[in-house]
Design a protein around this ligand. Structure first.
Ligand code: DAH
Length: 340
């Protein structure tokens, strides 16, 4: 009777072991058969009811079954451990042949890119880069630049007023005044920055845009210094064979004044859509600093002279990259900005 029970247990354990998948299931089997309240233990407790002849035989059999079960279980445990290790290694494996995750590099806005280029050209010629406030006094933005109240030059430079006398600057030219007030000649600066005008937004106008101001003041500065400097600038920016011309113009703070054109780089001067058939493209305004402006800043025009210039960054960038709508530069659409 007990013998059959022992054999049945042995068989049942073997069957169960073959279906075991993890160490937890294996543990359950150990407890079920070998544990204190396990099936094998329960049988051994019946040994007392056996006859003295049977007892050693069955006892031996019981021990054999127990040892066999124990061995099978530890064998299975080894297998499961090996399997679990393999699974873990597989799930943690790194495929070194997979392409890496690319981290996106940032890039400069086209306005910044071209500004850096321009700055580098002037720094190379010994200019210093200075900054000025965007919220400015009427006094600096107009008055000291020889544009008194009621002057017609104010008509084209309407802006946003904070008070009657404080406004968003319409040009970077007030930085000329601030520089000359703060330091004595020799002065050689450029000043890039935002300027404002109350213009409605369209493809070529924006209430906010950028200018780069230039100012040189020293003893003996003449118109030829102005022309030479700007010619070098233009050749560095547009290529050594670009041609420049100076056209008479009027600005209240320079005398004489001029506008600088470059020979159209699209058509070479024949006339095309870019230069609107002119053959030439205007790129900046310039002139010899008006004696009155020097005087306004406490610099003696009998001793010192200077030249100044101002250029619009957006127009240069738009022509450089063939951008026809100014608004694209401010919308921060990365699909557009990515191209430069
Ligand atoms: N401030 C002028 C403007 O906004 C540009 C300009 C012209 C600046 C001549 C100058 C200059 O320094 O000499 O239209």
């Amino acid at each position: 009777m007990i013998k059959q029970q022992l054999e049945a247990i042995n068989k049942a354990v073997l069957e169960k072991l073959s279906a075991v998948k993890d160490s937890q299931q294996l543990d359950e089997i150990r407890v079920k058969y070998l544990g204190k309240k396990g099936e094998l233990t329960a049988i051994l407790k019946q040994m007392g009811s056996l006859s003295p002849e049977e007892r050693p035989k069955i006892g031996q059999l019981a021990n054999e079954v127990r040892t066999s079960i124990e061995n099978k279980i530890s064998e299975k445990l080894e297998q499961i451990k090996a399997l679990e290790t393999q699974k873990r290694l597989e799930s943690e494996a790194i495929d070194v042949t997979l392409p890496g995750k690319k981290s996106e590099l940032g890039y400069y806005h086209p306005l910044t890119k071209v500004l850096r280029e321009i700055e580098e050209i002037f720094v190379g010629m010994g200019f210093e880069i200075v900054d000025g406030p965007e919220v400015e006094y009427d006094h600096y933005n107009f008055e000291l630049l020889n544009i008194p109240k009621g002057h017609p030059a104010r008509d084209t430079q309407d802006t946003f007023y904070i008070t009657d006398n404080i406004l968003l600057r319409t040009q970077t030219s007030p930085v000329q005044i601030r520089t000359m007030e703060q330091k004595k000649p020799p002065i050689r600066i450029i000043s890039p920055g935002r300027v404002y005008r109350s213009d409605a937004v369209d493809a070529t106008h924006s209430p906010l845009f950028h200018q780069i101001e230039g100012l040189v003041v020293d003893k003996g500065i003449t118109m030829s210094d102005l022309k030479g400097t700007l010619e070098i600038f233009v050749k560095r920016l547009y290529g050594e064979d670009s041609k420049v011309r100076f056209r008479p113009h009027h600005f209240p703070f320079t005398e004489p004044s001029a506008e600088t054109d470059i020979c159209c780089f699209e058509c070479g001067g024949k006339g095309c859509h870019l230069c609107k058939g002119e053959g030439w493209i205007e790129i900046l305004g310039c002139g010899m600093v008006h004696p009155k402006v020097l005087e306004n800043c406490g610099i003696d025009p009998e001793v010192y002279s200077g030249f100044a210039f101002g250029l619009g960054l957006e127009r240069i960038v738009m022509r450089r990259y063939n951008i026809t709508d100014l608004r694209l530069l401010y919308e921060n659409d990365t699909r557009f900005l990515k191209q430069f």
